[in-house]
Design a protein. Structure first.
Length: 461
């Protein structure tokens, strides 16, 4: 409907404008012709006395002398004296003749006052009046009025109008047909998109819009397909995450169940056995507490809207504190901690979150480095970024595992790493925190030779 309205409205406006131009043009032409003739007529009349004009044929003779080709034959000529009394009328049939009558019409009086005028009168027919004053050497002596029927002009205008509207109607019908034919083609891809969106809204996320054109629809379809792919990924990650969490919590729960049932199932359990089992239960509970704490920390950094608590901090001091806190663990594992500060760095960051992120990585270095190894933490900066490098001489990470270790619950060696007490969430928390600070983290590692984690964070948040 909009397309039809859009094409028909200008057409209608165009028709109306054209018609009014045509009408104006024809009428003006008639008026011009009549005006010229009226001047000529008034000149001729000036040369004769009113007495001479009283003869009924006198006007027709005068008309012949004006111009045979000027179309005056269709024109009624009326001559009026200064008192608005009709002296002569070319319509000399006794019944119609106005001779002897006084014409008190505005246009006549105006002409007698020296103002010539035109008037288009619309009665049963269209009649055009032209009134012009007659002057001789002594001044105004009367007026001549030319009256002509212009109905035929209006008839031809009407026939042009009918033809124009018929053409417009034909064009309109053509537009309607074309719109019906093309709108289906235009709307078909939209319908397809709507169908896909409807199926997605009831949970079928594997929907894709087929792309078979190179227009705006295909851009929309491509963007939409990208979005659905991301949605699917998010959904997959969410499912994996839930199943991982359940799995991680199920292991200690099963252990607790087995341990407690074995105490309950036996009578007279020796004190030291039940104590040992209780200790195992306690350490499984610790493990669950660790997992929940890490999960909570992860949820916190994942909630992007929760703004960071940004403040200026002394990075060197912060790293020294972390190393101090981890030194008992390092001593226990006989791993040497080395601190190397190339320069003092002050930067804008959330101290608590960043300290946890760095501490996780240093702790990993200690955990995954055998006795006698070293973990070196270095601080450096350029004019824009702070760099924190954590390098160990531990077991390293195989190349194909390097981009996976940041995934939640991902462990390189499932059984061994669980024994070390890790939850598999540490690196996920660290990376999310660093990304929140607009930074990046990179690994360089070789199996058996050690690993190096390079953190880069802009000093101005
Ligand atoms: P976890 O709590 O198990 O340490 P992380 O997310 O911190 O979990 O680390 C994920 C996995 O990446 C670890 O289980 C371990 O297999 C591997 N990893 C992390 N840091 C190191 C390291 N410095 N050297 C060797 N392997 C590492």
């Amino acid at each position: 409907m909009s397309y039809i309205a859009l094409s028909m409205v200008p057409l209608l406006i165009f028709n109306m404008t054209i018609m009014s131009f045509i009408q104006e043009y024809f009428i003006n032409q008639e008026i011009d012709e009549l005006r010229v003739n009226a001047y000529r007529m008034s000149d001729v009349v000036t040369g004769s006395t009113f007495e001479q004009l009283q003869d009924p044929w006198a006007l027709n003779r005068l008309r012949n002398s004006v111009d045979q080709h000027s179309g005056l034959w269709d024109v009624r000529i009326i001559v009026i004296d200064n008192n608005a009394r009709v002296i002569a009328d070319s319509n000399h049939h006794v019944l119609d003749s106005l001779v002897g009558q006084t014409l008190l019409q505005t246009r006549v009086l105006n002409a007698l006052n020296g103002q010539n005028s035109n008037l288009l009168y619309r009665g049963e027919e269209y009649v055009l009046y032209r009134t012009t004053s007659i002057r001789d050497a002594n001044g105004q002596i009367g007026a001549v009025m030319l009256v002509t029927d212009v109905s035929d002009v209006f008839d031809s205008i009407a026939s042009i109008r009918t033809r124009l509207y018929l053409y417009s109607l034909a064009v309109g019908l053509l537009v309607v047909v074309l719109v019906f034919l093309t709108s289906h083609r235009l709307i078909a891809p939209l319908r397809q998109i709507v169908r896909v969106v409807q199926r997605m809204s009831i949970g079928q996320l594997n929907q894709r819009i087929p792309i078979n054109s190179r227009d705006e629809y295909s851009i929309l379809a491509r963007t939409f397909n990208n979005m659905t792919e991301k949605l699917e990924q998010v959904e997959k990650t969410r499912e994996e995450f839930v199943s991982n969490v359940s799995h991680e919590l199920k292991t200690p729960l099963t252990a607790i169940k087995v341990l407690s049932e074995s105490i309950l199932g036996q009578e007279n359990v020796p004190e030291e056995v039940s104590r040992e089992f209780m200790q195992d239960i306690s350490s499984e509970v610790d493990r669950m507490v660790n997992i929940t704490n890490d999960l909570l920390a992860l949820v916190k950094v994942d909630q992007r809207e929760q703004s960071l608590n940004i403040d200026t901090l002394d990075l060197n001091q912060m790293v020294e504190d972390i190393l101090k806190r981890l030194s008992p663990l390092a001593e226990k594992k006989k791993v040497i901690l080395i601190y190397d500060e190339a320069r003092k760095v002050r930067m804008e960051a959330d101290e608590i979150k960043l300290a946890l992120a760095i501490s996780n990585i240093v702790e990993n270095g200690i955990k995954y480095t055998p006795r006698g190894g070293t973990v070196k933490v270095a601080i450096d900066s350029d004019h824009q970024n702070a760099y924190i490098t954590i390098q160990d001489t531990g077991m390293g990470i195989p190349e194909d595992e390097q981009d996976k270790i940041f995934n939640r619950f991902y462990r390189v060696d499932k059984t061994r790493d669980r024994d070390t007490g890790g939850t598999g969430l540490g690196l996920a928390i660290s990376r999310s925190t660093i990304l929140l600070h607009n930074g990046s983290i990179r690994i360089s590692s070789r199996s058996g030779e050690g690993s190096m984690f390079i953190i880069k964070i802009p000093m101005r948040y």
